[in-house]
Structure formats: structure tokens, C-alpha cells
Write a new protein. Sequence first.
Length: 337
Amino acid sequence: MNPSLSRAAAFVSKNLTPLIFLVMTLGLVNSYFFGGIAFNIGICASASFLMIYPMFINLRIEDVAEVRHHGKAVATSVLLNFIVSPAIAYGLGKLFFADQPYMALGLLLISLLPTSGMTATWTEIAKGDLKAALSIIAVSLILVVVGLPIALPLLAGHLLSASPLFILQRIMLVIVIPLILGDITRRLIVARKGAPFYKTAKPLFSGLSSAGLLVVLFLIMSLTTNKLLVSNPGLVLRGLGPLVIYYGSMFGLSSLIARLFSYPIGVAVTYGTSVRYLALALGIAIPLLGSGANSALVVFVVALAFFVQVPFSSLYARWIIGSGRAIASGAVPARRG
């Protein structure tokens, strides 16, 4: 494996949050001062594929089989992810975005797409049960494929003119096909290079996915329609407030419910219900909404969510690792002296 490529991928993954801010700023500068770029569905779809396909290489479809060992945790996550989360987002949208319905749609889209590869990463960092987290991720992804074409038009109302069949087609392109290709790629790598090589290559795939995310954000923020965002900096504050409340509510509620489980399972439930699949939200929004000021507002809210989700995830990990439950469970050794 090329060491330079591995170092570059590691750099992108480690510094993703500041890089997101940088490329969003560069995109807006390009849009406002240099004329921006016209919307091109082919380029945006290709960048979305680059973002989503590598992350699915690290997702094992067979992890669904682990559900039988974590039925209660998975059932709890389904309740929080597909009932509580959309309800909170819908209420916040009505309260804070009454005059900006497409910003409300962005928040709603976030709430309907739970878990991601970062769910597993944060679960490991906080010494949680990785198999339980992977089970939650796999089941949530299946339910998104089945339920999003119905739930999104129902909750979005007149804001979304796409039919359930059209949404299903886009989900097939954005989720199902990359998922299948990712699974085939992983199996080929393991068969030809061996499992140890695949384990060393996993960070590379995460880095490639993060690089794809940065490309997508730059393209979207560079659209000519985004002059609206530059001329209205107050939209940033308006977007951040409801996002902070949303993530605070999800982390707070899920961490309380997590106390019903053992420490490792509880950590998996918290991250499996509080971390959202933001990259996938962008991947769906782009082909679904196309260009225009309205779609730019949806993407803008999703992009802002990165700046809220990462700090919340990090703070929760620090808090839970330092808690008495972590030490009592044996997940974290007690301090001496």
C-alpha cells in the first residue's frame, strides 16, 4: 500500500471537521466572488458515489445476523431513530424554521438517516460493544431503504414533489448499489490479499470517503445559487441553534435510556441513535433536490450538522469514559492513587 496515500487519508480523516469548514468557505467564496459553478447532476452524483462507496467497503452485510444477540438494543434504537428522532426534528423545524421550510427539511432529512461508520468508531473510542453497534447500523440501513421513500414525502409535504418510487430509485442508486459493490470489493480484497491486509487498508477507505465528502461540499457550496447564503450570514446562527438542541436532545435521551443496559451495550445504543448519517444525507439530497436556492438551504443545514455532531460525539465519549459506570463495568481501569 502506498504510504503517502495512507498518510493523506489519515490526515483527512483526523482533520475532517476543520477541512469541512475550509472547503465550505472556499466554495462560498467561489460562488460569490468568482461566479461559482452551474449545477451538474453527473458531476455531483459521481462525487457522491466517491463519498459513499468507500465507506460501504468497511460495512459487513452479515452483521445483520448479530441482531439475534442484541435484540433489545436494536429494538430500542429503532424506536429512537425512526419515531423519536423525526418527531424532535419535525417539532424544531416548526418552531425555528417557520419561514425557512427548506432548512426544516434539511433537519428532517438528518433525523431520518441514523448511524454511520462513525457510529462504530465512536463506540470503539468510548469502549462500547462494537458488535452491538454494527447490528444497529445494519438494521438501520435496511429500514432506511424500506421506510424513507414513505416517511420523507409524508413529513416533507408539498416541499418535496418526488414520488415514493422516485425516492426509492434514488436510494437504490445511492445506498443499495454502492453497498453491494462495497461488499464485493471487501470480499475480493480479503480473498486475494488476506484479512490482515484488509484491516490495514480500512483507514484508507475511510479517508477516501472523507475526501469524497469534501469534494461534494465544495461543489454544492460553489453553486451560483449560494450567493443567498453569503449575503445572509445570520442563517448560520439560525441553523446552528436547532441543531444543537436536536443533538442535545438525542444524546441526552439516549444516554438516559442506555442506563437500562450494560455499559458497553449502552454506549452502542447512544451512538447508534445520536450519530446521524450526514454523508448519506448529502448523497440523497443532491440527486433528489437538484439545484436551486431551496436545495442549497437543505444541503447547508446538513453541512452545518457536521460542526455539531463531532463535538457532541467527542464530549460524550470523554464524559462516559470518565464516569463511574465505565470503571465499574471494567471497560475503563480505575485510577490509582
